[in-house]
Design a protein around this ligand. Structure first.
Ligand SMILES: [Zn+2]
Length: 451
């Protein structure tokens, strides 16, 4: 039977090594996962079912990764700012008339979002918070939202006002644009794409988000931004609906405010280390009793697969503690993260930071079936002597064999389903060439954005 079109919407993943990320369900060396329609129905050994099955022998079955911070519209600019310092990135991307982002048409936004979403699915990420900063006109926001729906990725479209833009487009329509989207495309929460608010630490933005009952995703990159945050906290505007991105250089008082109000934290370890912001906020978050989640940030700067991200975070957390233990203080061995901690942050903690943990993030009966099957039989993973170690430290995107989102197979036998990849990359190449040419910035194919 063709498992890509299961009868009665049922499917069983048979005989996999199952890491549920739900303590109430547990883990299994060999077990099955039963899916009915969009949801997980049962997890356990030798489940009785006549439903079509997918053999997962030699594979690791995990919840899909949850990326709590991304800017997918930038996909056509992949690797453009890989050499950038903060000043290169922010100046070239958004300051001045020839700023590269200002060259985006609605069509460029569509292909960036669509291709970015497909890349996430291909790499085993099933949910993304897309902090969208290309909201120049309602046509731009519509294109972004349309592409997310078309992709099949579960996502939070976090509308980010461009109110700090020195020359807003004449058709810039915030805040009406956000209210319009809320009333039209996002009148229901029961859909793959839901709405959030991105953008600056700003009282009126945050108040509007609360009026519209939206989660808020905010970049907090330095101590001064943290102090601004504390001011909003003192007005009662900070709460469990907030997710704070990067959290680099924060004062202890800011961390205490975040912890005390139930705020979530999104760490992009790779980009924080390479671009601008100093040491990622992962260890300070843990020191203040907050479990961080992982984001990738933009693909113009660094990789957006979660294997890269998990390894960057794992190495970082351990090296910071090793440094402390070698020079200054005694560090309890229990404070060193394990690969299980890292996988938890990449899945259920990500779901909490996306404010979607009631739906996804673990293989729990009743939750949406967002599931990834990792092939442990490849040369980079076999033999699997320790499952979380294999998933976090050994594997990469080549091991992502099967992906389900909301019970629907979107990648099977190592291939995305119903996607013409060469046609999509061609659209991206055309988009990239047009954006860069219109900006007047030189091509950097053999050069660097810093020259
Ligand atoms: Zn960002």
């Amino acid at each position: 039977m063709d498992v890509t079109h299961p009868a009665q919407g049922e499917l069983v993943l048979r005989n996999g090594m199952v890491l549920s990320m739900d303590p109430a369900v547990g883990d299994f060396e060999v077990a099955d996962v039963l899916i009915k329609a969009s949801r997980i129905r049962a997890v356990g050994p030798r489940l009785e079912s006549d439903a079509p099955s997918l053999d997962c022998t030699g594979r690791i079955v995990i919840p899909g990764f949850v990326n709590s911070h991304h800017h997918m519209f930038q996909t056509a600019l992949r690797s453009y700012w890989a050499d950038a310092l903060a000043t290169d990135y922010f100046t070239q991307s958004r300051r001045g008339e020839n700023a590269i982002f200002h060259q985006y048409s609605a069509r460029d936004v569509y292909w960036g979002q669509y291709a970015g979403a497909l890349e996430q699915i291909d790499a085993g990420t099933t949910t993304v918070v897309d902090t969208s900063q290309c909201t120049y006109t309602p046509e731009h926001t519509d294109a972004a939202v349309e592409a997310l729906f078309d992709s099949g990725l579960r996502s939070v479209y976090a509308y980010s006002p461009t109110s700090t833009d020195p020359a807003p487009h004449p058709s810039y329509a915030y805040p009406d644009d956000l209210s319009r989207l809320r009333a039209t495309r996002f009148s229901s929460e029961d859909q793959l794409v839901t709405l959030g608010m991105g953008g600056p630490i700003d009282r009126s933005n945050w108040q509007l988000a609360r009026e519209l009952a939206l989660p808020i995703f905010t970049h907090v990159n330095n101590e001064a931004a943290g102090l601004q945050l504390e001011r909003l906290g003192s007005l009662g505007l900070a709460g469990a609906w907030n997710t704070y991105i990067h959290c680099t250089g924060l004062a202890s008082s800011t961390w205490q405010m975040i912890a005390g109000t139930g705020g979530k934290v999104s760490v992009s370890s790779m980009v924080e280390q390479t671009l601008c912001t100093g040491l990622p906020g992962m260890q300070p978050a843990l020191d203040h009793g907050i479990q961080p989640s992982f984001g990738t940030d933009a693909v113009s700067l660094g990789p957006t697969d979660f294997f890269s991200q998990m390894r960057a975070a794992y190495g970082l957390q351990r090296s910071r503690l090793y440094e402390r233990s070698l020079t200054r203080e005694e560090v309890e061995p229990s404070r060193f993260a394990t690969t299980r901690d890292i996988l938890r942050m990449a899945t259920i903690e990500g779901a909490r930071a996306a404010h979607l943990d009631a739906k996804v993030g673990s293989l729990s009966p009743g939750k949406e079936a967002d599931i990834v099957v990792l092939d442990g039989r490849k040369l980079n993973a076999a033999p699997v002597n320790q499952a979380t170690g294999a998933a976090v430290m050994m594997m990469d995107t080549r091991n992502v064999e099967t992906v389900l989102i909301g019970g629907r197979l979107v990648k099977h036998a190592g291939r995305l389903l119903n996607v013409d990849v060469p046609a999509v990359t061609k659209k991206l190449e055309e988009s990239a060439a047009g954006i860069v040419a219109r900006s007047g910035y030189p091509s950097v194919v053999l050069g660097s954005c810093r020259t």
